[in-house]
Design a protein around this ligand. Sequence first.
Ligand SMILES: Cc1ncc(C[n+]2csc(CCOP(=O)(O)OP(=O)(O)O)c2C)c(N)n1
Ligand SMILES: [Mg+2]
Length: 632
Amino acid sequence: MPSILKPASPHDSLTTPVDHDMPPAAHNRDGAPSSERRRMMLKAAAAGGAGLFAVRTIAAQAPAASSGQPVSAAPQPPFSPGDNASTAEVVVQTLLAWNVDHVFGMVGDGINPLIEALRRHRDTIRFIGVRHEEAAAFMASGWAKATGRLGVCLATTGPGAVHLMNGLYDAHFDGAPVLAITGLTFHDLVGTRFQQGVDTPALMQDVALYNTTVTGPRHALVVTDIACRSALGARGVAHLAISKDIQAMRLADDKASMENHGLRTSTAWRQPASAPADAQLRAAADAINAGSRVAILAGQGALGASEELEQIATRLNAPVAKALLGRSVIPDDSPFSTGGIGHLGTVPSEEAMHRCDTVLILGSTMPWVDSYPKPGTARGVQVDIKAERIGLRYPVEVCLVGDTKETLRALLPLLHQKDDTFLREIQAQVTQWNALLDQVASSERTPIRPQRVIRAISDTLAADAIVCLDCGANTHFAARFLTLRREQQLVATGMLATMAPGLPFAIAAQLANPGRQVVAIVGDGGLAMLMAELSTAVMNRLPIKIIVMRNDMLAEVVFEQKELGNPPYGCELGGIDFAQVAAACGAVGTSCHNPQQLQVAIASTLASPGTVLLEVHVDPAEPITTPDKLKA
Ligand SMILES: Cc1ncc(C[n+]2csc(CCOP(=O)(O)OP(=O)(O)O)c2C)c(N)n1
Ligand SMILES: [Mg+2]
């Protein structure tokens, strides 16, 4: 008889289901959907169509911390498994306790007990089967980026786990909270060169901030909580490896060690929301108040602090340049916005940074050092939740380690109102820059200029659209020519800059936001890598729209090779007909060659129901440029 601590109150008690087709009632927690509601939602979602809208209420009704992860203050521990509960059952019930309602993955014999536990709870947690585990990891990362909530992916022993790696690095590099669960070979055959015996814990060592091998259900009761909390709290990847026989082990068969007296952990969760000490805030305010030309660089760490950032920008009359992942922190049409920054950015952002006398860096480690002020020309103040990121790109003098929202709230009353001389100078540059963009985007050249495509998409997007990007020349054009408006959102790969995430990000973003328009803008090289996920979108009846920038080329690399003085080599694609690929996957696929027909093609793509792909034949010779080299 295992000694498990009893639950704090009877209503959150759970027993292991004996009937394999009847999932138990999930616990009800503050603001989280009840088991009944969750079940109805997922049933409706599985049916597709209007039912999908019901799922949205999960996110909408849960009181979200700035991170998006629902706050949980349930009596702890939240459930009490019976003797018959397996490790897999414990893991899935713990995921439910952490409000996880989607798991992305691929089945395999190394995770059959986990898959069976997910099947039994299919009314409250949805398993999204993918065609490649890399896509599952991108989906988990994209889920986390789009919602701030924990993304979860699952892969089998050996090759399945290996396939996850690129997506997990995307999450790791961009601070997206993701839990990866992988199968391991039989616990007593680890290290015996048994089939698929990849040492997954070692494989994950660099990418995961929490990484452990689960020894049984008793251990799972503790470490699954720790893994979820680690991913959310430290913003990164947690990994649990579980041998396939261990997944099936029952609590009654898992003898506690002599020091485990029924240890349980907690699922209580609230995003840490700290502000720096008064003296540091005062030092920051002194530096900022002494400046006459203050510029702000905002990154994804400022995404939860839009209101405070706008108040600070208003007080300081400061232009705001935005790193790619922080692009929606204030709208592109805000009077303070100078658009993107860095290689994918704008001239006014460069000007703001190079002409300011004080720079305020908020939640950003934007990598292009030449887009910061020259060291010594501007005093620097930086806000970041992670202490080790302070001073990473610019030698700031005041470090504010804390939550951006809380820090800006505390800082605002200390700041003096500045006049708008500097802002107006930069705004004049924005006007000029926008005129140049208009000229480029209005070109009626054939082949179609890629910038024209992005402009047409941007002009047609729904007011609250979510746009998902790949990596390539197409990303340069998208980053520069999209005008993101209030309520619109961008999901992209930042520090990893990997090809292929656009489609999986869109699938995850649509699952998380069933009522919103979700548009992926992808390269033909990127889509070729994971295009089978079109079938995943169709199977799950996701009305995502995919615009493929078809140039039959790995174009970005062509320009990079030429810049080195090398002739382009290895960059040609065979010329895939993506409209046919889409049709073969059950989606609608169309193509467009003619600049005059572009607007109509995009409008009808975005207005059509279901999964729709539009392949636009764009000019492979359109160069990617730094902001100063852009030509009409
Ligand atoms: C996984 C991966 N492989 C290779 C690269 C190097 N790379 C960067 S952009 C690019 C070309 C992308 O081609 P495509 O998707 O067709 O976009 P385009 O540049 O043509 O718009 C390559 C090969 C990368 N970033 N990620
Ligand atoms: Mg291409």
